[in-house]
Design a protein around this ligand. Structure first.
Ligand code: BF8
Length: 629
């Protein structure tokens, strides 16, 4: 029996945001199973798995090591806890790097098709960025049509995935000192695919038993993501759809409309969703929606596809990872379009409780129970129109008695690409550097990553974000972290009132929020470029800057890769959820301490966001001191 008081209390435990709480209650009332329920059903979760000492790689296993030293200390092959933990971590990291990079490859393939006139609906909008990147690749741009440059550039970038040059061009954006550090440690990325394939090789039974050597390759693989696959995804998308500039939009589940056809665009890659934006503007579609009794078409984003559309088009965003089921629970979603990554495999099961149709669009990411409309560059706009039409035709099936939409979306600012930040500062980082040297801004933190039902939704992001800005630490964000801050009102210039006096004065002078939304998760590469450009202007390495990273609520393998390329780039990074490494004290010691001697950065784990802020501030002060400021 539904107990409204109990549901309210439970909702308050599960999520920080009131609109999310409201929808969690509705989901409970509707008898809908969500990730929180599934987590509860999994308790107690396997202790061996949590410590990372379970190995299921080969047919001699599965094996597990007794963390208390009373049972077996080696698997059947002879692997120790150190090796098993290191291999498992490299596995997770490489899966994450592969996901980001494969997304990047698809963007570049569409860029190439567009340059060759083979795609439908696309054009090259980011001409300025096209020229900048082409020049980095040594491609002459003078007197050439943008399509010619784009073709040469797309081919050059696609070649990076399997290049035999033993270096990735975009990694050249790092300061000399940082690159020297990579050379010394032996982690300069050689190509995107090579590092990932080599990871798969290295985690095979019998390929290396040295945990440190395995983890070092993990750092190299992560760099091939951050400075390779992800950066190519960002740059390719900027070239196709334009480099983001600051805009104002709306966030939370309240962006869904009571009287319009709602389409939720969920996943990561902007290539199809950008076409859906175009398709929804078609006057025929608008008329059809009216004919079906709707007042129009309402597109909203979810997760990182949502972030991509928000950054460039100002499309409102319904929420982050744990909101995907709650959006459907509003009973007001006609279609949820999915591409790939971070989509619950049970999403069609959730949708089946309402009239919502899930439309899968990627050959890589089919989901049983979903309609399948395959995205192909040459028919992208037709497919997008078909999807919008499907949503419109589903509108009359909505049951108004089962609809509940929270009524207060929150205003937010997004669109802070590295280029936009530089422009806001007047073309150079000098004003920011001066503010840092003067101590008005103590440093900066790149806060990134996911939701995880193991922590109250958004609590880690918002608590840590507020704590950092109070201490005059500027926060830049991507992914679900940025959406969490949006919901909490931190992405508004008015939020500067919550900041310390120094940061407040800088934000007020520039008219910017103290927490800047820099994009989707592949756009963590924008944070790398920001760090690199500031370091270059200062004449130091990224590893010398008073900055840190944080993933307070991470869950995904992609987040492991991001945290690792932050650390490998010299940026100490906080994890709010313990990674599965604690079965090996040696691995823990290497990652949280010994690494500092080699790359001036480590990972650190701290579930309490206030304590995490203390440690981040300590790290920023350590780097300030070393810089003599
Ligand atoms: O790539 S932050 S939950 S949506 S993995 Fe996923 Fe994590 Fe969100 Fe974006 Ni990133």
């Amino acid at each position: 029996m539904y107990d409204s008081l109990k549901a309210k209390k439970e909702a308050e435990k599960r999520a920080l945001d009131k609109t999310d709480q409201e929808m969690i209650e509705k989901a409970m009332q509707d008898g809908l199973e969500t990730a929180w329920d599934r987590l509860a059903k999994q308790q107690p979760q396997c202790g061996f798995g949590q410590l990372g000492v379970c190995c299921n790689r080969c047919a001699m296993g599965p094996c597990r090591i007794d963390p208390f030293g009373e049972g077996p200390t080696r698997g059947v092959c002879g692997a120790t806890a150190d090796l098993i933990v290191a291999r498992n971590l490299l596995d997770d990291l490489s899966v994450g790097a592969a996901a980001h990079s494969d997304h990047g490859r698809e963007v570049l393939e569409v860029l190439l098709d567009t340059a060759e006139g083979k795609s439908q609906g696309y054009e090259i909008i980011g001409e300025e960025k096209l020229k900048v990147v082409a020049e980095e690749y040594g491609i002459k741009t003078k007197g050439k049509k943008k399509e010619e440059i784009a073709k040469e550039l797309a081919l050059a970038m696609l070649e990076e995935f399997g290049t035999i040059k033993n270096k990735i061009q975009l990694a050249e954006r790092a300061p000399e000192k940082t690159k020297e550090m990579w050379g010394k440690v032996g982690i300069m990325p050689r190509s995107v695919d090579r590092e990932i394939v080599e990871s798969m090789h290295r985690i095979h039974m019998g390929v290396g038993a040295d945990y440190a050597n395995i983890l070092l390759h993990g750092l190299r693989t992560s760099l091939s993501d951050g400075w390779g696959g992800s950066m190519m995804a960002t740059d390719g998308s900027d070239i196709l759809f334009g480099t983001p500039t600051p805009n104002t939009s709306w966030v939370n589940l309240g962006v869904l409309s009571k009287d319009k056809v709602n389409l939720v665009l969920h996943g990561h890659n902007p290539i199809l969703s950008e076409m859906i934006v175009k398709a929804a503007e078609d006057s025929k579609m608008k008329k059809l929606a009216e004919a079906k009794g709707a007042k129009g078409i309402n597109l909203v984003g979810m997760c990182c596809t949502g972030n991509e559309l928000l950054m460039r088009q100002g499309i409102p965003i319904a929420g982050n990872m744990l909101d995907q089921e709650l959006a459907i629970a509003t009973g007001a979603v006609e279609v949820m379009v999915i591409d790939y990554q971070c989509i619950f495999p049970s999403i069609t099961h959730t949708a089946s409780c309402y009239h919502t149709k899930v439309v899968a669009t990627s050959e890589k990411s089919k989901v049983p129970g979903a309609m399948y409309m395959e995205f192909k560059p040459e028919t992208a706009l037709d497919t997008a129109k078909e999807i919008v039409k499907t949503a419109i035709e589903n509108f009359p099936n909505r049951n108004p008695d089962r609809v509940k939409i929270p009524d207060k979306p929150i205003k937010m600012m997004a669109g802070f690409s590295e280029e936009a930040i530089r422009k806001a500062l007047g073309g150079s980082y000098k004003p920011l550097i001066d503010a840092i040297v003067a101590g008005k801004i103590k440093g900066a933190v790149g806060m990134v990553g996911c939701n995880n039902p193991k922590i109250k939704q958004d609590y880690g992001h918002v608590t840590l974000g507020k704590e950092l800005i109070k201490r005059n630490i500027l926060v830049v964000e991507t992914g679900c972290a940025a959406i969490a801050s949006g919901k909490a009102g931190l992405l508004l210039p008015e939020a500067a009132e919550m900041a310390g006096d120094g940061l407040k004065s800088v934000c007020k002078a520039l008219g910017i929020p103290p927490v800047l939304h820099m994009g989707s998760c592949v756009d963590c590469s924008r944070i790398l470029v920001l760090g690199a450009n500031i370091a270059k202007e200062l004449g130091v390495g990224i590893e010398d800057l008073p900055i840190a990273g944080s993933a307070p609520e991470w869950y995904s393998q992609k987040a492991v890769s991001i945290a690792s390329y932050f650390v490998a780039s010299g940026v100490t990074t906080h994890l709010g959820i313990p990674p599965k490494i604690f079965g090996s004290p040696n691995v823990v010691d290497l990652l949280t301490s010994k690494l500092r001697d080699h790359i001036n950065a480590t990972y650190f784990v701290e579930p309490d966001p206030i304590k995490a802020a203390d440690k981040i501030e300590e790290e920023i002060n350590r780097k300030r001191k070393a810089l003599g400021i």
